[in-house]
Design a protein around this ligand. Structure first.
Ligand SMILES: *Cc1c(COP(=O)(O)O)cnc(C)c1O
Length: 371
């Protein structure tokens, strides 16, 4: 039978089963103790005072925006090359996502482009530590202070990653994490907002739970949402968090192996790890091809598919999304680097349990295609 190498896969240990079964055995399937435990342990891990679980990374971003006070006709500056959860969560607030181009050498927001997009409607900056690469937060915070903007860090691909010795998600006003199946740790589906601000934490907590009244429960204080993570999912996340160091060890193994195999190949560009990225943890192994590679990205990924190797193309950036262009008057050529990454970037199989020999097989096929 032909070898198949999936783009991502995980193994679920007995620990997840044990904690989930505990929820089932005790009937604490909706809200319960694992929600509190997961929030407490994860916020400790990120070095934040508060952790508020949500149903997804998308709802975490929306909750952070709502708690930041982002409203109709406000503008939010956001990294162009990202999961569309970023742009959509801004649109849920009836606010305008303003895409900012990324750097070609590491795919994260270019902070030097932020200031000229600020106007009187700008309320927040949403930065994305994409693929585990840190954004230059000192610059972002400096600009945010100058113009009184909130800073939301999308850490969906950066659990445990550090910027100048600080965990991402603890630097801006909010960190937003996803625990979707392919993220560093997972609940299947889930998310968390982290913050050090007591007031914004309690606002986020209220909005995630329908803004129930404090005296009369059913006299609601505002228009809230149900973004509650079930106890069963929190139990899974809690079990995963206990194993995060082992997962990171696997990611380091995978990163090093790909890096060694591909670092000197003409036409392959591996995103640069900045000095300020004091702890880099790969989410998945991403690269882009330049004109020195013998064939195009699409031709290469087809060749890999023919060999049973699954890959994922880079994100189609915010400025290329039709509904965003039409509703928010965003032009398609506003982020040339993000567009370049879209056409030439992709990621390689990076499941936690991928064998070294499979990584070598993938790299051999890439090198073969460049002959
Ligand atoms: C996965 C991801 C999201 C969305 O998270 P979901 O849990 O799928 O809603 C947001 N931003 C980035 C950068 C992501 O990778």
């Amino acid at each position: 039978m032909k070898k198949k190498i999936p783009v991502f896969s995980i193994e679920i240990s007995d620990l997840e089963k044990k904690y989930i079964n505990e929820c089932l055995d005790t009937s604490w399937i909706g809200q319960g103790g694992y929600v509190d435990k997961f929030e407490e342990e994860f916020s400790n891990y990120v070095n934040c005072k508060h952790g508020i679980t949500t149903t997804s990374g998308t709802t975490a971003l929306h909750l952070a925006l709502v708690a930041s006070g982002v409203k109709k006709d406000d503008e939010v500056l956001v990294s162009s090359s990202t999961n569309m959860a970023c742009a959509f969560s801004i649109a849920y607030c009836n606010a305008k996502p303003v895409p900012i181009d990324v750097r070609k050498d590491n795919w994260v927001i270019d902070p030097t482009l932020i200031e000229k997009k600020i106007n009187k409607n700008t309320k927040a900056i949403m930065v994305v530590h994409l693929f585990g690469h840190t954004v230059d937060m000192d610059l972002v915070i400096k600009i945010a202070k100058k113009y009184n903007l909130k800073v939301i860090e999308d850490c969906a691909e950066a659990h445990g990653v550090e910027y100048k010795g600080k965990k991402v998600g603890s630097i801006g006003d909010f960190g937003c994490f996803s625990f979707f199946s392919n993220k560093t740790i997972t609940c299947g589906e889930g998310g968390m907002v982290t913050t050090n601000n007591d007031e914004m934490a309690s606002a986020a907590r209220s909005f995630k739970n329908l803004c129930y009244g404090k005296k009369n429960k059913f006299l609601h204080e505002d228009i809230g949402f149900n973004y509650r993570l079930p106890n069963i999912s929190a139990a899974m996340g809690y079990a995963q968090l206990e194993q995060i160091e082992d997962i990171i060890t696997q990611k380091e193994r995978i990163y090093k192996r790909y890096l060694n195999n591909l670092k000197n190949i003409n036409g392959i560009n591996i995103p640069k790890i900045e000095k300020h990225n004091s702890k880099f943890i790969m989410w998945v192994f991403n690269i882009y091809l330049d004109q020195n590679f013998k064939i195009s990205r699409n031709e290469l990924t087809q060749k890999l598919r023919d060999n049973g190797i699954d890959t994922r193309d880079a994100f189609v950036p915010i400025n290329m999304q039709k509904p965003i262009q039409e509703q928010f008057n965003v032009s398609e050529d506003s982020c040339p680097n993000a567009n370049y990454i879209m056409e030439n970037g992709f990621y390689l199989p990076s499941g936690n349990n991928i064998l070294d020999s499979d990584i070598d097989f993938v790299c051999d096929k890439i090198i073969e295609a460049n002959k």
